[in-house]
Design a protein around this ligand. Sequence first.
Ligand code: GLU
Length: 445
Amino acid sequence: MTIKTRFAPSPTGHLHVGNIRTALHNWMFAKKHGGEFLLRLDDTDEARSKEEYVTAIRADLGWLGINPDSEERQSARFDRYEERFEELKAAGHVYPAYETAQELDLKRKVQLSRGKPPTYDRGALELTEADIAGLEAAGRKAHWRFKLDHDTPITWTDLIRGDQHFDPALLSDPVIRREDGSWLYMLPSTIDDIDMGITHVVRGEDHVANTAVQIQMFHALGADTPDFAHEALLVGTEGKLSKRLGSLGVGGFRERNIEPQSIIALLARIGTSDPVEPIADIMTLVDGFDFSRFGRAPARFDDDELAQLNQKIVHLLDYSAVKDRLPDGMTATAWEAIRPNLHDMGELDHWWQVVTGPVTTCELTADDREFVNQAHDALNDLPWSETIWKEWTTALKQSTGRKGKPLFMPLRQALTGLDHGPDMGALLPLIGRDAALERLQNASA
Ligand code: GLU
C-alpha cells in the first residue's frame, strides 16, 4: 500500500508557522515511507477563498522545499460531494434541521443553566413530514446534520496520542451543509480522504473531536478509516498560542533572512524527543522522522532559537547551495572566507563590500600610522601569494618587534576599516594586492 498524506489549507490567508509545521510533517512522513504528499486546497468557502492565497501557499511551500506530488481543489469537486450526500440521505445518515442560530443558542443556554452539556438535542428528528412541509412552505430552508451512530463507541489508536475513545452520545450531530447549500468542512474532507486514497491524516490536536465524527462518516460512506496522528499545538515562548505566531509566515522569515533549511530543521524537531540540530539536509531529518518521537506537550517555537539555528545552518551551506544568491564576482573561496562571520545571509553584502571597497579608514594613533606605513612598504616588497598574510605578518614581527594584537589590529583596521571580521589570512588575498596597498597608504596618511 502506498502511503499518502495530505496537507489541506483553506486559501483564506497566508500559511503561518503552525500550518507550515503540519505541512512539513505530512511531507516528511510520506517521504520517509516512499509515499506521496498531496496539497489539497479546501476552498469550498467561495467568498473567503482567494486566488492570491492559493498562489502564495504554493510559493511558500516551494520556497521551503515541501513539494507536493499532486494537488486537488475542493471547489472542483462539488458534484462529487452532492453525489455522496445523496447516498447518505438515502441511507438515513443525514437529516434536515431548521433551527435558527438564535434558537440553537437559546437551547444551549438552557442546557448549560441546567448543568447539562450543550449538545444538540436532535429536535429536528422529531419533525413530521407535515412539519417539514409547513416549514418549507413558510420559506424556511433546511441545513443538514450528520446523524451520529450513538450505539457504536468511537475508538482509534492515534499515532501520537495513543488509544482514543469518544462516546458519540456526548457529541452533537455536526452540521455538514448550510441553508444555502454550501458545505462545511467535515464531510467534503472525509469524501476527499476516501477518494484520494489518504492513508494517514496528520494534523493538529485541535482536530481530535473532528476525527471522532469523521470516523463515523468514513463508516457511513462505506470506507475504512485512515490512520490518524494529532500533534500537540505550537506555542510561543510565553507558553500560549500567540497572535504573532498566527501571523508569522514565510514572508516574515524571509524578511529576517532566515533560511528555509533552518525553519525545516526547527519545525521537524520541536515538540519531539529529538534535539533541535543544525541539519541542512532535509533528507537526514526525514530519515529520523517517527511519530513515536512526538510528545504530548505543546511544541515551543522560540525566535531566538531559530536565529541561532539559522546562523549554524548558514555556516554549513556549500557554495553550490548559495551561488545564485551571492553578489556578482563572489567566488567559492570568498564565500568560504566570509561564511563563518555571518549571522544570516543579510550580512553578506556588508562583508563583500569590505572586500571590494571602498572602505572607510579607521582613525589610527600616530604610532600605528607609522607601523602601517612600514607594513605598506613591506607588503610592496613581498611576492604576492595566497599565503601572503602569514608571510607579511611574520616579516613585520621581525622588523618591528610587534606581536599579537598590536601587530594584527592596526593591519585589520587599515585594510577593512573595522576591528573585527573574517580571518585576515583568507580576506587579504580576496582584497588583492593593489587595493591592499592603497588602503594601507590611506590609513597611514
Ligand atoms: N482545511 C482544514 C483546516 O485547515 C483541514 C483540516 C484537516 O487536515 O483535515 O483546518
